[in-house]
Design a protein around this ligand. Structure first.
Ligand code: AMP
Length: 159
């Protein structure tokens, strides 16, 4: 039941100075940060990470967006972490993401707007979609040595 999710604060979130706000939500809910780094994604690496999207019409914009500045990459661990993180992040389109979710609270644009401008939708975060994707993404982004096991002192109450 305890799993790990790969979470990215994308260049729009880093450049807007929202790293602390976003991180604090994940910490407060009781998730454990087991790995974290700042990384400037290259076009080659973007193609690996967004492998499922390379043939889509919006891929050029997506690659431009994810490579336009450094991202904060992290691995968050907790009870059903993959599902929990997706719930906290909210729907892909900020316009329809629920208030209270990260995308719903810190962004507002629509697919229609992004498509008309020919850019990827700026939605601050990437989070693994399911357990299988999470395993592949954690392995793509982090070596074993970059992931840490330690005892969070609040675990007695949060798990
Ligand atoms: P995901 O793998 O779910 O993170 O999707 C990749 C990213 O592509 C999303 O987070 C958006 O930033 C972007 N994206 C997805 N669908 C569209 C779309 N129709 N138009 C523009 N950008 C999109």
């Amino acid at each position: 039941m305890i799993d790990q999710s790969l979470v990215l604060i994308k260049p729009d979130g880093v450049q807007r100075g929202l790293v602390g706000e976003i991180l604090s939500r994940f910490e407060k809910v009781g998730l454990t940060i087991v790995g974290m780094k700042m990384f400037w994604v290259t076009p080659d690496f973007a193609k690996k990470h967004y492998n499922a999207h390379v043939d889509k019409a919006f891929y050029a914009g997506l690659e431009a967006m994810i490579t336009e500045g450094p991202v904060i990459a992290m691995v968050l661990e907790g009870v059903n972490a993959v599902e929990l993180v997706r719930k906290m992040v909210g729907g892909t389109e900020p316009k329809s993401a629920q208030p209270g979710t990260i995308r719903g609270d810190y962004a507002h644009v629509s697919y229609e707007y992004a498509d008309e401008k020919g850019i990827a939708i700026k939605n601050l975060i990437h989070a693994s979609g399911n357990l299988e994707e999470a395993k592949q993404e954690v392995a793509l982004w982090f070596t074993k040595e970059e992931l840490h096991k330690y005892e969070p002192t609040h675990e007695k109450h949060t798990r």
